[in-house]
Design a protein around this ligand. Structure first.
Ligand code: C2E
Ligand code: MG
Ligand code: MG
Length: 759
């Protein structure tokens, strides 16, 4: 039998249950009712056998089903009115067994599926069952005892069974309202249990003579219950009945609260509105109410404790880094604060190390984020392992770790500690992906009352020192001193001012002509940015471009420079200052290349300035090809498709390889000034430059010599057939208004060597 067939059979059973119970009612006292009941019993036996052989059921669940079926059959057979008191008692015990098995089964399912607070569930269930017991006692049992005083045990067992029915009902509601998503099979099982509970209620009401209900109508819910149980047993989903299931996003606490409160309020109301009839009644009522109060008290204690535990868990998780389990920034600050407050007592100078994993982004980018996480966990483990137990290690952000040693006694001991940490990075980290080497930059800050006012200060100073370690080439230690604060403040001021520089019109462009070495004529320009601040000071691009790059300000100011440079070129061509095919070189930072809008921006600037794309040279450094090869390749390819040319700036100072030069769409190399300065009198520099020129020729690349400062340099470059050159010898970068005279002077002088020098 396939899963599909079983599922279909399950739904058919449910249908049969509905039809069967209706037929059972309509059949009344005729034999039809008994036939339907018999069929239901037969169906449940067959379904249990099928389920036992087809589904690998949890053995406890299966035995539960067997017990319930056996008990129902025994109960039904022995409860006939014609039989004696002993048989009636056995029948009642059988129904009690059904309820207790249901309670245990539901507890198992509920505990597996809800799982989080079984104690709370039990307490709630107890409140409900005790409340139900009280109502059952007052409304049904006590009158029943009076009516059937000849069968007091039957009445007693039935009372307990009724109370258990309340527990069953509660567990059912908890299961359905619990925080686990309910599967079809849970709904099927619930409908079976609910039907049988309805049957119990009808029986109780009838027997207590509250209302008269026909036998057929009282038994009809049991027919439904049996068929629904068949459906549950046959449904393939029953295998996962005790599986945890996925969780609801929101836990329906309100529903549970309403059920428990009404389960408490109803019995109390019934209790208050009725009087005790005799001493036995009074005793039962008092004991029941005492138990009920005890359970309510227990429930309150459980709730309060659960709340306290939750709160401490929340506080802990708010102060712990989830990935490494280390204290996070706020907890580290607390630790540092405590260390500082107690430092004077034993004359200590606590130390904070600020550790930043070098080039962590590369690890993430190349090995993936999972490997990045593994590196962080491995670093955390390594730090805990090598540091003395009195040190506290925390992770305060991405790849930033902090170590607090509350017991150091001055900078020397701090340095020993920092060296120990640095050395620990010399051993590779063993990851699932294999061994990985990482280094770290470490900033050290030791407590000094004169400069450290707070925990935050000590941490910030260590952070500042760490930046110094980064600037010094990484994989090293830097100790904080006050002079670092001044440079940080200065940098911050530059950063802030740079945000406003563009709108305040403090930026401008200057242009350095590029000549054709053979002709001695200007064939292009390089645009260079200048920043004159409001206060009259000027900041060199070497200082502000890296900051703009880091803060992202380079994107808007770079866009401005591009449009401005092309507009200038357009004006010069239009006024005949330079040839129609003169080129404009604009420097581009890696950050700009990774801006998804950059290609559009270039295209728009070309259109607005009416400059053909081939007259725009974009200068990028070798680093771009190494640090973000895929992004750069993508952007540069798109730019090339536009017709724009690409030049490698400062060639020779980076680490680019010939394979990279071949892979990237490059049209020109600009030989760095450091090589050109040696060509006049250094044979090695000369042969290096000659090799670069030969390589460019063979690869079909244009070539520009940068930073030409002497006639001799230019002559040598000419002899080597270097195509183009720029440098102070030819012209310093000049403002746009001086371009006309500068170009005229250069062109007038003609090819090199010259008799006259440009003025
Ligand atoms: P770069 O692109 O290599 O520009 C050449 C630098 O060398 C310029 O410095 C220029 O003034 C200088 N220079 C030119 N000829 C000579 C010479 O004969 N001797 C010496 N000693 N120096 C010479 P500058 O203008 O200070 O620019 C420095 C760097 O700032 C540029 O190097 C470039 O990387 C960056 N930069 C300048 N403007 C921009 C810009 O608009 N955007 C971007 N992203 N970077 C820019
Ligand atoms: Mg340049
Ligand atoms: Mg350069």
């Amino acid at each position: 039998m396939s899963g599909r067939t079983l599922e279909r059979a399950a739904w058919s059973c449910l249908g049969a249950g509905i039809v069967g119970s209706v037929v059972h009612v309509l059949g009344g006292t005729t034999n039809i009712g008994s036939v339907v009941y018999g069929l239901a019993l037969l169906a449940i036996v067959v379904s249990t056998v099928i389920s036992a052989t087809r589904h690998q059921l949890d053995r406890r669940i299966l035995s539960g089903f067997f017990v319930i079926i056996a008990a129902i059959i025994i109960g039904q057979l022995l409860s006939a009115a014609s039989l004696g008191a002993v048989e009636h008692l056995v029948a009642e015990v059988a129904f009690f067994v059904v309820q207790i098995t249901l309670v245990l089964g539901l507890l198992l399912v509920a505990q597996r599926r809800i799982g989080r607070e079984p104690l709370g569930i039990l307490a709630d269930a107890s409140i409900l069952s005790l409340g139900a017991w009280l109502v059952v006692w007052i409304v049904v049992l006590r009158p029943l005892f009076a009516a059937v005083s000849n069968e007091p045990f039957v009445a007693g067992v039935r009372g307990i069974t009724f109370s258990l029915s309340a527990v069953v009902l509660f567990l059912l509601v908890t299961l359905l309202l619990g925080d686990s998503d309910n599967s079809t099979v849970v709904w099927l099982a619930s409908s079976a249990i609910l039907s049988s509970l309805i049957g119990d209620v009808l029986w109780a009401l009838h027997e207590a003579e509250v209302i008269t209900i026909s036998l057929a109508a009282r038994n009809a819910p049991y027919v439904m219950a049996l068929f629904a149980a068949c459906a549950t047993l046959l449904h393939p989903g029953i295998r996962h009945l005790t599986a945890q299931g996925s969780y609801h996003a929101a836990r329906p606490m309100a529903g549970r609260l309403i059920v428990v409160i009404s389960g408490l309020v109803v019995p109390i109301a019934v209790f208050a509105l009725t009087d005790a009839q005799d001493t036995r009644d009074r005793v039962v009522r008092t004991v029941s109410v005492l138990f009920l109060s005890g359970v309510v008290l227990l429930r309150v204690v459980i709730a309060v404790r659960a709340n306290a535990q939750l709160q401490s868990k929340l506080i802990e998780s708010a102060q712990t880094d989830a990935l490494t389990g280390l204290p996070n920034r706020s907890l580290m600050l607390e630790h540092v604060d405590t260390a500082l407050r107690t430092a004077w007592r034993d004359n200590r100078q606590p130390t904070v190390l600020f550790i930043d994993v070098d080039r962590f982004k590369n690890i993430n980018d190349s090995l993936g984020h999972a490997a990045g996480d593994d590196v962080l966990i491995a670093v955390a483990t390594r730090l805990r392992l090598i540091l003395p137990t009195h040190c506290v290690v925390g992770r305060i952000a991405g790849d930033e770790f902090v170590v607090l040693d509350p017991q150091t006694n001055g900078p020397n001991e701090s340095m020993v500690l920092a060296d120990r940490v640095l050395e620990s990075f010399h051993e590779p980290l063993a990851l699932r992906q294999g061994d990985v080497f990482v280094s770290a930059s470490i900033g050290v800050s030791t407590y000094r009352p004169s400069v450290t006012n707070s925990a935050d200060d000590l941490l910030r100073h260590a952070d500042t020192a760490m930046y110094r370690a980064k600037e010094s080439g990484r994989n090293c230690v830097a100790i904080f001193d006050e002079s670092m604060l001044a440079s940080v403040t200065q940098r911050l001021a530059v950063e802030t001012a740079l945000y406003r520089a563009l709108e305040r019109r403090e930026l401008r462009l200057v242009h350095q002509p590029i000549i054709d070495v053979g002709l001695g004529e200007v064939v292009g320009f390089e645009a260079l940015m200048r920043w004159d601040r409001e206060d009259g000071s000027s900041i060199s691009p070497a200082e502000f471009i890296p900051i703009a790059e880091e803060t992202g300000t380079i994107v808007p100011i770079g866009a401005w420079a591009l449009l401005e440079a092309l507009t200038h070129l357009g004006e010069w061509i239009a006024s005949g200052i330079c040839p129609r095919d003169a080129t404009m070189a604009v420097n581009v930072s890696p950050r700009q290349l990774s801006d998804p809008n950059f290609v559009n921006l270039v295209s728009e600037a070309l259109t607005r300035a009416h400059i053909p794309a081939r007259q725009l040279w974009l200068e990028v450094t070798e680093g771009v090809m190494i640090s973000q090869p895929d992004q750069a390749l993508d952007a540069l390819t798109k730019l090339c498709d536009l017709g724009v040319r690409v030049a490698i700036d400062d060639f020779g100072t980076g680490y680019s390889s010939l394979s990279l030069l071949q892979k990237f769409p490059i049209h020109s190399l600009k030989i760095d000034r450091s090589f050109i300065s040696g060509v006049a009198d250094n044979a090695d520099a000369r042969s290096l430059v000659r090799t670069i020129i030969a390589m460019c020729e063979s690869m079909g690349l244009d070539i520009v010599a940068e930073g030409v400062e002497s006639v001799r340099q230019l002559q040598v470059l000419g002899e080597m057939h270097c195509a183009k050159a720029q440098g102070y010898l030819i012209s310093h970068p000049v403002p746009p208004e001086s371009i006309a005279s500068t170009v005229a002077t250069i062109n007038d002088l003609g090819p090199w060597p010259r008799t006259r020098r440009p003025g």
